[in-house]
Design a protein around this ligand. Structure first.
Ligand code: AHG
Ligand code: MN
Ligand code: MN
Length: 336
């Protein structure tokens, strides 16, 4: 694949290879437009009047930022007219969003996290948009239940990172490619043709402020990492936590490492299964990880094999370099 190729050409070629008829490319072109608009809003920040709290909570009881809601609206407006979608669902909407009556309906379902890492927005930190596309197999109008497909059913997954540069990273099931937004031409161009996660790594990403609540397998793993070259691992580790899954996963796709947002005792006491959401965070990032040679797991189950039971279902997340994830799986299995 030729560096410098546009996102549209890449999608068309990848879709043709998979036997598609151009419909997915049409939808992805609209996703591209949404992400370019969001990149511009994030970059202009306070000047565009988009920073700060919205003064309301989403269905998950989380405080919404103004930009969470704006990003949700931009994503819907930019994609619903294409005729390719049966419905959309996102972090910021209680139930699925049916395509407006004036537009043709299509055969794809898309879930998305409009603005991931939104607590970073007011401090100019990394944020992103995550999306996952599956097929609508039903008849007539789509319902919430039509979205309850395992990660293996995804035909496409990706994210756009808004950071020092804006980057679109995508898989259509044939590897992972990264595109950088070239502001001089207003389009994403191929800069990272074949992203792959090294099997071995010496960098981990976890919110260590919650360490007292971690379960034994995670405590053991992190304790061994921080013992450094004199410890059981025999090598020094580095820690990074971007506060945005997109930022952390992007770094791991570029240079390896492991990202953890595990189940902890506090969540168990509250009756929740994790923090991150399966359908628009864990599944799309899991597909990207696997396509780049890494792994995505809960510690007890491969994320992509989970049969979802709710639109906003939460899951424990451990993903990244295969040797590190496999070690964490071993610790979970031997201690469960
Ligand atoms: P979102 O902003 O979409 O709700 O997602 C935030 C997520 C994820 O991006 C990040 O890894 C994690 O929450 C950060 O959580 P903590 O604040 O608990 O570290
Ligand atoms: Mn998120
Ligand atoms: Mn979000």
């Amino acid at each position: 694949m030729q560096k410098g190729m546009t996102f549209a050409r890449f999608c068309a070629e990848q879709e043709a290879l998979a036997g598609g008829n151009g419909d997915l490319t049409t939808l992805l072109d609209a996703v591209n437009a949404a992400c370019r608009r969001l990149s511009d809003l994030v970059r202009r920040g306070e000047m565009a009047g988009v920073l700060g709290a919205a003064g309301q909570e989403n269905v998950q009881g989380e405080e919404q930022k103004k930009l969470d809601i704006i990003a949700n609206d931009v994503f819907i407006e930019s994609t619903e007219w294409t005729g390719q979608l049966a419905a959309l669902a996102s972090e910021e909407m209680d139930n699925h969003y049916p395509i407006s009556g004036q537009f043709k309906r299509g055969k794809f379902l898309m879930t998305f996290d409009p603005l991931d890492g939104s607590s970073n927005i007011d401090v100019n930190g990394a944020t992103g948009t995550i999306f996952s596309i599956t097929r609508f197999e039903g008849e007539g109008t789509a319902s919430d239940d039509d979205f309850l497909q395992s990660g293996r059913q995804q035909v496409c997954a990706g994210y756009c990172l808004y950071s020092s540069a804006s980057m679109m990273v995508i898989t259509l099931g044939n590897g992972v490619a990264g595109f950088t937004l070239d502001n001089s031409i207003g389009d994403f161009v191929l800069t990272h043709p074949s992203m792959s996660v090294p099997a071995a790594a010496n960098e981990f990403a976890i919110n260590a402020a919650y360490s007292e609540h971690w379960q034994a397998p995670v405590k053991q793993y992190i304790n061994e990492c921080v013992l450094g070259s004199d410890g059981v691992r025999g090598k020094a580790f580095n820690m990074r936590w971007a506060g945005s899954m997109v930022g952390d996963v992007h770094r791991i796709l570029c240079r390896g490492g492991v990202f953890l947002y595990p189940l902890d005792e506090r969540m168990i006491a509250k009756g929740t299964a994790g923090k991150l959401r399966l359908l628009y965070e864990a599944n799309p990032m899991g597909m990207l990880m696997e396509q780049a040679g890494g792994l995505a797991h809960t510690g007890l189950q491969n994320i992509l094999d989970i049969q979802p039971d709710g639109l906003h279902q939460r899951v424990p997340v451990i993903m990244g370099s295969s040797e590190e994830v496999e070690r964490l799986i071993e610790y979970h299995q031997s201690q469960s």
